[in-house]
Design a protein around this ligand. Structure first.
Ligand code: GLY
Length: 361
């Protein structure tokens, strides 16, 4: 089974995304066909290397193995990639391939976009989260002590190879993290500007068992639905001038939670789901959404086993972190808020308003 999707941005950047359940031998062959005239630096996650080094056909000397975890998305590891690319003598004609989750994709993409002012980059996402979100759309970054993704570029990959066989070995927590981002798309579908209804909300409600069981064809459909929405957004607004902000639904609180806990306590998807619960509560209390939509949405999140955040964090500290968010202006913090069924809009609040909003958690 193979689905191929195409990204085509307004700035005329074009690339294909393959979603398959093919054997790894086929993946190797396709990567080879795509890159055999180039020198390749393969930045691979330590976990993925341990599990799949036999199956994946990369030469030892092409590999740079990096540890997993958001705390590894730092300047030290970025420089390791750049130094390795220089040692290997990579030129502008060559390629960096990222094999791993969002951390590997983001950091390798940032290195590819800055090394010699930009060389080819290929994404091979190995987690559900990176397949449905970070491997597509060209956001690359590393984190700084002041916040997540503060140093980065928009730099589209030349190709994305999604092979769902990698997901078989995801632990439950990582799988749930990916489902957190998948659920996000259900709540923003009608704001993405995709012409064909995906009925993702309904599909996720009815297909919960198959999705939780990681049934291959269902996973391929889910990834396709989510990426259709993401591509529609990216095609219209690659650099996040406006529309692309809808993809940040749940993310304002999520990034602050990840930062306040030094990226050690929550997976990205968990933090996003806490952000979604929080903003649904707030929107309902503000009278911005009906009780029936509020309840249906919470039911969907709970069906997948998600719960609202219990732990309390200082509103003052969270607000200080939010002020450093890329989407924030000096005096305003941006939230993406549900407005109607499967629709969201952007609001900007003062730090004082956000403190009182957070005090209600
Ligand atoms: N993850 C949000 C975006 O790609 O814009």
């Amino acid at each position: 089974m193979r689905q191929t999707l195409k990204v085509q941005t307004e700035e005329s950047c074009e690339y294909l995304i393959d979603i398959t359940d093919n054997k790894f031998s086929k993946l190797n062959q396709e990567i080879y066909e795509y890159t055999h005239t180039q020198k390749r630096l393969v930045v691979i996650s330590k976990k993925v290397h341990k599990l799949y080094s036999e199956e994946l056909d990369f030469k030892e000397e092409e590999l740079l193995i990096l540890p997993d975890g958001e705390q590894e998305k730092n300047i030290k590891n970025y420089l390791k990639i750049i130094e390795r690319a220089s040692q290997m003598g990579l030129t502008r004609k060559d390629v960096i391939i990222a094999v791993g989750g969002g951390v590997i994709g983001d950091i390798a993409g940032f290195a590819a976009s800055t090394y010699m002012r930009g060389i080819d980059f290929i994404q091979v996402p190995t987690t559900l989260l990176s397949a449905v979100d970070s491997s597509v759309g060209g956001k690359t970054a590393i984190d700084l002590q002041y916040g997540k993704n503060l140093l980065g570029t928009f730099y589209q990959p030349k190709k994305v190879f999604i092979n769902i066989n990698f997901f078989k070995t995801l632990d439950n927590r990582q799988n749930m993290s990916g489902l957190g981002e998948v659920l996000k798309y259900a709540f923003i579908e009608n704001s993405c500007g995709y012409k064909v209804p995906q009925y993702l909300f309904e599909f996720l409600t009815l297909g919960c068992e198959k999705i939780m069981a990681r049934e291959p064809l269902t996973l391929i459909r889910i990834i396709e639905y989510c990426l259709n929405l993401k591509i529609a957004v990216v095609n219209q607004d690659e650099k996040e001038g406006g529309l692309r902000k809808v993809l940040n639904f749940g993310h304002t609180l999520a990034h602050a939670l990840e930062t306040i806990t030094k990226y050690k306590k929550y997976t990205h998807g968990e933090a996003v789901v806490y952000g979604i619960f929080f903003i649904f509560d707030w929107a309902y209390k503000q009278g911005q959404i009906s009780y029936s939509y509020y309840r249906l949405s919470l039911d969907l999140l709970e069906k997948y086993g998600f719960k609202p955040l219990k732990k309390k964090y200082s509103p003052q500290e969270l607000v200080e972190i939010m002020k450093h968010d890329k989407k924030a202006s000096p005096r305003k913090i941006t939230f993406i808020v549900p407005s109607d069924k499967k629709e969201v809009h952007e609001i900007k609040l003062s730090p004082k308003q956000v403190r009182s909003m957070l005090a209600q958690i």
